[in-house]
Design a protein around this ligand. Structure first.
Ligand code: MSP
Length: 506
């Protein structure tokens, strides 16, 4: 049986159009999923949309349509963006899916004996859909500690899940499992949240105030709190508690949740406690990435600094966009998005290094060996560089460090470009040193072949083009690593030189 691998993105709120922050997590998740599939694993990549709650309802109202009509439209916007970004998800869940709603109700029923009904006075931030204790916010300046927007004070009767009795367990679990929350800075942040007593988690809302939510099965006066509803997606998509998918992906593989750093409280505190209360084991890892900042600030509708991923792809191409997101900033840290930085990466890494190597290889094959791959001896040094790149890429991806993986790949590209200068095949041709020339051109074609294989999870379109240009007619996605890397390009294969993949930009 193939090894299972389970990876999730957050469910995106559908109140606004997707931006590059949403694209970021999803592109990284897609790259990891492809890399694991390429190594023969049985992958389940889950993404979707978070569709209940006050903020969605308000957004629908402002458009003058029903919440249901609104979420149907906006959820589609995400799905069509993922198509454009070549996201190879295995399942797209919507929290309005009837099966998900039923499952959330089942979870509430199961937790019912542990829930407490109580009166609740709190501050609430609608954009974050998050509540804060009365002492967490200064009444003279009622602003959200997370996003800085105004909060309002609410008093109501709700059901609560006590968290405090799980605190010691969670703290111990985090301490004993250093890879449970990554990176280290976020792990420390969560441990700091666990030093004081934990207030209970409110899991319902009065239906009168928040009607757009999953009905609470045992209380007709309540709907489910949107975050509680949304977190459950990670097991409802696996049809918990049925065996099968749940056993394979949750219990055997263990979930890897990719999230942004602003939602660690929900994923690293609330979620493990909900699971613990249900007697389900915690996910394998929660990896919190940083933010993309635009002109020094986090993107937001109110600041008017949203970058539309579709527009970036139309202007610069999908591969360049994916490359920039994964290469420019180590996953986990904040990054600055600007067109200048993007153009710089395109010109240096994609046009000068990668594009140049591929194009000059194909041009020399056309010129010196009649457009066919010559027969030739493999070279031990080149084979070991290919192997080192493969290992570097895989180690980087297993560490959820795509930038590090790409760096390892670029070492191979840089070696090969140097080797071209050193060997100067044009001189070998001029001096009619055919055997040396053919050996070297064969080896170079092998490097380009390896590049296509290793690049595929990151830049699927460019990698497929390189594969075709090398004269392969089959699908690159069907190739399996690492075995495909020890094969050599067949002698006599007719190449199909096309246009340069990444022309330099001004
Ligand atoms: N619906 C919740 C998640 C529920 S998961 C069970 C939510 N949705 S969101 O649409 O507001 O945010 C989704 C993700 O986008 C979060 O991981 C958040 O960190 C990420 N980003 C939002 N703005 C971002 C940037 N500017 N940069 C990078 N990621 C950012 O929260």
């Amino acid at each position: 049986m193939a090894k299972p691998f389970y990876l999730t993105t957050p469910l995106y709120y559908v109140n606004a159009r997707p931006h590059i922050g949403h694209a970021y997590t999803t592109v990284v998740a897609d790259c990891l999923a492809r890399a694991h599939r390429q190594r023969g694993e049985m992958v389940f990549l889950l993404t979707g949309t978070d569709e209940h709650g006050e903020k969605i309802e308000q957004a629908a109202k402002s458009k003058g349509i029903s919440a249901k009509e609104f979420v149907d439209q906006t959820s589609d916007t995400f799905r069509s963006l993922w198509k454009g970004l070549e996201i190879s998800y295995d399942h797209f869940i919507r929290t309005s899916d009837p099966a998900h709603q039923l499952l959330v109700q089942k979870v509430l029923e199961r937790l019912k004996p542990q829930l407490e009904l109580g009166s609740y006075k709190f501050w609430y931030c609608v954009p974050c859909e998050t509540s804060f204790g009365l002492r967490e916010i200064d009444a003279a300046k009622p602003l959200c500690p997370q996003c800085g927007r105004p909060v309002s004070q609410i008093e109501e009767e709700d059901y609560f899940l006590p968290l405090e009795k799980h605190r010691a367990w969670l703290k111990g679990y985090i301490q004993q499992n250093p890879d449970f929350i990554r990176p280290e800075s976020r792990r420390n942040e969560v441990l700091a949240m666990l030093t004081d007593e934990l207030p209970a988690l409110c899991v319902t809302r009065p239906k009168e105030r928040v009607p757009w939510g999953i009905p609470v099965p045992f209380s007709p006066k309540h709907t489910t709190y949107v975050w509680f509803d949304a977190l459950i997606n990670y097991i409802s998509a696996l049809d918990w508690p049925d065996d099968g998918k749940f056993h394979r992906y949750w219990e055997e593989a263990g979930a890897i949740h990719l999230v942004g750093k602003d939602i660690i409280r929900h994923h690293c505190l609330y979620w493990p406690v909900i699971l613990h209360a249900l007697e389900i084991k915690p996910p394998k890892m929660i990896f919190a990435h940083g933010w993309w900042l635009v002109k020094g600030e986090k993107m937001s509708k109110s600041k008017g600094n949203i970058v539309d991923p579709q527009a970036v792809v139309e202007a610069y191409g999908l591969d360049a966009f994916r490359y920039f997101l994964m290469r420019d900033v180590p996953f986990g840290e904040d990054g600055v998005f600007s067109e200048e930085a993007l153009v710089k990466r395109i010109n240096s890494d994609l046009a000068n290094d990668l594009g140049n190597l591929v194009y000059r290889t194909l041009t020399m094959l056309e010129k010196h060996t009649g457009g066919k791959v010559p027969g030739g001896k493999p070279d031990a040094r080149i084979s070991s560089q290919i192997q080192a790149a493969e290992q570097g890429v895989w180690v980087g991806l297993q560490q959820i460090a795509p930038a590090q993986a790409l760096k390892a790949l670029w070492e191979l590209i840089n070696h090969a470009n140097h080797l071209v200068e050193e060997k100067a095949p044009w001189t070998l041709a001029k001096e009619n040193r055919r055997l040396e020339l053919e050996d070297f051109m064969h080896q170079l074609a092998d490097v380009v072949r390896a590049l296509a294989l290793l690049l595929w999870p990151f830049l699927p379109t460019a990698a497929e083009s390189i594969w075709k240009q090398l004269g392969y007619s089959g699908k690159l996605s069907a190739e399996r690593l690492p075995s495909a890397l020890s094969a050599h390009i067949p002698a006599g294969q007719q190449i199909q030189k096309g246009k340069p993949l990444f022309p330099r930009l001004q």
